[in-house]
Design a protein around this ligand. Structure first.
Ligand SMILES: NC(=O)c1ccc[n+]([C@@H]2O[C@H](COP(=O)([O-])OP(=O)(O)OC[C@H]3O[C@@H](n4cnc5c(N)ncnc54)[C@H](OP(=O)(O)O)[C@@H]3O)[C@@H](O)[C@H]2O)c1
Length: 289
């Protein structure tokens, strides 16, 4: 903490502490900042903006005032909110940041069909685009797919082509999958099944408490489970649901302009007016809302 870096000769009780965000009042990744300020004997605190996190929301300020500290709120608030824009968006919308991502052929398919007409695992994008996707994975706290993608592709859902932390792997389903040979059951990252219907949630099964949930229910559940960003990697049904409900903050569509599948799993139809950029042989449409 910055207070600990002060020269020991500084009379801390005579100092004014100026902070961009309300000091927290709860135990999170660290102990409560408000308690530390009180313990250090600081008598005057200027706070740019209150904390919208329901676990703080004015309670940090109340704690400081109750300890007799002079508190001033609202100094340079707009600038402070700009600095922490993502943090405010998260708590005020009560939704994690949502990125939808998929790859499609030049003729608009996400996966080919086998001769018997069932979807099969299909490589669409090239190495450069794959590395970009792994960068996206590393920047999100969770990575969500639908159950069909799990069963058909048996994806690993980890960060491998770049250096980065593995997100939590989340599968949306009605009934969880128990085939322990699937890659999502390896120990490289944790895996959670978000399930339609009612039940008692535990570390690996989170119930939506709804038989016909919407994507918004999934998003709200992720927020209450402290997930701040999620990358939705498909398949088509899951992506469509998020698109239909207008939940995307960002859409990344990768198109292989040389691949024509003729039939298969249709990619979500999207009217995109933005121009793509080229990455290897692929075209990347990267749209932020
Ligand atoms: N090219 C790409 O970028 C890419 C990426 C991913 C996947 N894929 C391909 O996409 C294909 C699978 O796509 P898909 O559309 O058949 O299935 P999907 O979207 O992967 O999974 C659909 C499943 O999600 C679960 N789900 C639960 N509630 C839902 C709801 N309200 N809305 C939507 N889904 C819900 C359901 O599981 P329950 O049946 O248990 O209810 C449903 O069967 C595969 O062929 C895969 O290879 C391609």
């Amino acid at each position: 903490m910055v207070i600990d870096q002060l020269d020991g000769r500084v009379p801390i009780q005579e100092c004014t502490l100026v902070v961009t965000l309300e000091p927290c009042s709860h135990f999170g990744k660290t102990a409560p900042c408000a308690d530390y300020i009180i313990e250090k004997g600081i008598r005057h605190v200027i706070i740019a903006a209150a904390d919208p996190n329901p676990r703080v929301k004015g309670m940090g300020i109340a704690k400081l005032k109750a300890a007799g500290i002079k508190v001033e709120l609202g100094y340079a608030e707009q600038q402070a909110r700009k600095l922490n824009a993502e943090f405010y968006r998260l708590h005020e919308s009560k939704r994690p940041y949502i990125t939808l991502k998929w790859a499609e052929s030049a003729d608009g398919f996400m996966a080919a069909h086998s001769v018997s007409g069932t979807p099969v695992k299909t490589a669409i994008s090239g190495n450069e685009a794959n590395a970009f996707v792994h960068t996206l994975r590393a920047r999100h706290e969770a990575l969500l797919i639908g159950k069909q993608t799990l069963l058909i592709d048996n994806p690993e859902l980890t960060v491998r082509h770049v250096v980065g932390k593995n997100p939590v792997r989340v599968i949306w389903c009605t009934n969880a999958v128990v085939d322990s040979t699937l890659h999502v059951f390896n120990s490289k990252a944790s895996t959670v099944f978000i399930k339609n219907g009612y039940g008692t949630s535990d570390a690996t099964h989170w119930y939506l408490q709804n038989n016909l949930p919407k994507a918004l229910d999934v998003v709200q559940l992720l927020y209450t489970c402290n997930i701040q960003s999620v990358l939705i990697e498909g398949g088509a049904k899951v992506l469509q649901q998020f698109i239909a409900e207008g939940l995307a903050n960002r859409i990344v569509k990768i198109v292989n302009p040389e691949l024509f599948l003729k039939k298969g799993v249709k990619a979500p139809p999207m009217q995109i007016t933005e121009k793509p950029y080229k990455l290897g042989k692929d075209l990347i449409y990267d749209i932020k809302y």
